[in-house]
Ligand binder design. Structure first.
Ligand code: PLP
Length: 444
């Protein structure tokens, strides 16, 4: 038995697949079998595998300066260059950037920056954060507390109250609407709930509202039209910051540069980035905030003292070099334009499964999607455990494609942004076979 404690795993699961190498949109197991990577690893390998430019960039940077840090007055040019480039890309005003290693630690950093900022400007009571049901923001103690998925809370005794985490509705019409409710009525109801929560808690105690523009890990939830316009109006009215967690939706994934653009979220105050920031060739994340917040932190720092937060690998030079090259490739090769075009094609092809007896809903935008399988197509009744999702995931693998079942019985589609329409056809064909097998399994 292996010595590894596997992440997010049923401890009793025994069938592991040993992945040995990758090339383009494919990975290969230790027996040489090829798999189309329909989830881009974990929603992250945007430029696919064995991109020689990224490999060489990492190698050159390792030769030149394999490590340096950003504590106590030290910096390095590749970190400065990355921050410049990223700052010019994001919709956050005069963006300032703190580097970390993962989406989870970047969200922790944001919580600390919020506390530091509001303490510095003399509003220490403004520390609560509204997050949504079904959201995913990571797994550290703080990020898991923001996360709205109960399985990430079980048995961890997370400090929701101390962290000031409040929960509001997920914008999930298919699973959250009342009988007979239209999308507009649904949006009105849940945004009204949001405002009631703010009034009940007191707007002066709430720092920020965190949202994935399109929720990824809990089944690719695309909010109905008008949702974010209403949310933003409420937040502006009550002086609450909009914090966009773009760990999955950032960098061309949803058909535009950022999920905020796709979902018409105007000028978020804060943004969390990771995964596709480096095409997952190196672990790196970014906690982005508005420039004037940072300036206030500096000006008022005498009130609170040093900003005592930083990771050994904050701004790791090799990760910075790879991320910088990744952003250059995105621009030079029009990767976001390509992903938008092929993403439209993928959405169209996914919707060909609409009449299949197992398919309840097909969701997505650009190069991210999900197909939710249900026990009853007419009523939308969900399967009462994850067995069908797990079977379908395994069936995809048997047919030479890797994806994940998420939120029970939804299969996620999030291939590398470089895939071709022919590879989308291959994905659809493989998924079709797996869905056929799954129907057989359900009807047994
Ligand atoms: N935020 C979002 C929206 C995510 O999807 C994820 C991971 O999937 C995270 C945060 C956590 O990122 P990491 O796994 O790098 O800690």
């Amino acid at each position: 038995m292996s010595k590894i404690i596997y992440p997010t795993t049923n401890f009793k699961a025994t069938n592991t697949l040993t992945i040995e190498r990758g090339e383009g949109a494919y990975v290969y197991d230790s027996n040489g079998n090829q798999y189309l990577e329909a989830l881009a690893g974990l929603w992250c390998t945007s430029l696919g595998y064995n991109n020689r430019e990224l490999v060489e960039t990492a190698s050159e940077q390792m030769s030149k300066l394999s490590f340096s840090h950003m504590f106590g007055g030290k910096t390095h040019q590749v970190g400065i260059d990355l921050a410049e480039k990223l700052s010019a890309m994001v919709p956050v005003e005069n963006a300032k950037i703190f580097f970390g290693n993962s989406g989870s630690d970047a969200n922790d950093t944001h919580i600390k920056m919020l506390r530091y900022y509001f303490n510095a400007i003399g509003k220490p009571e403004k520390f609560k954060i509204i997050s949504r049901e079904r959201s995913y923001h990571g797994v550290t103690i703080a990020a898991a507390s923001l996360t709205g998925l109960p399985p990430n809370h079980t048995h961890f005794d997370l400090p929701f109250e101390a962290l000031g985490v409040l929960r509001t509705d997920a914008p999930h019409y298919y699973r959250g609407a009342l009988p007979g409710e239209t999308e507009t009525q649904f949006v009105d109801r849940i945004t009204n709930n949001l405002e009631q929560l703010i009034l009940k808690e007191g707007a002066n105690t709430i720092a920020a509202f965190i949202a994935e523009p399109i929720t990824g890990a809990s089944g690719v939830i695309v909010p109905p039209a008008g949702y974010y316009e209403k949310v933003q109006a409420i937040l502006n009215k009550h002086d609450i910051l909009f914090w966009a967690d773009e760990v999955i939706t950032g960098f061309g994934r949803t058909g535009n540069d950022f999920g905020c653009t796709t979902m018409n979220i105007q000028k978020p105050d804060m943004m969390t980035l990771a995964k596709q920031l480096s095409s997952a060739y190196m672990p790196i994340s970014a906690s982005v905030i508005r420039g004037d917040m940072y300036e206030a932190m500096i000006e008022q720092s005498a009130n609170v003292g040093v900003f005592g937060h930083g990771y050994t690998y904050s701004g790791h030079p090799v990760a910075c070099a790879v991320a910088l090259k990744t952003l250059e490739i995105y621009e030079r090769d029009n990767i976001f334009g390509h992903a938008a075009e092929v993403g439209d094609y993928m959405q169209k092809r996914l919707r060909e499964f609409a009449d299949h007896p197992l398919v309840g809903e097909i969701r997505g935008k650009g190069m991210i999607g999900a197909i939710e399988m249900v026990a009853n197509k007419q009523t939308g009744q969900a399967f009462n455990n994850g067995a069908v999702g797990a079977f379908a995931q395994q069936a995809c693998q048997t047919h030479g494609m890797i994806t994940r079942s998420v939120a029970g019985s939804s299969l996620a589609f999030c291939p590398p942004l470089i895939v071709t329409e022919a590879q989308i056809d291959e994905m659809i064909e493989k998924f079709g076979k797996a869905l056929g097998d799954t129907l057989g399994f359900v009807q047994q």
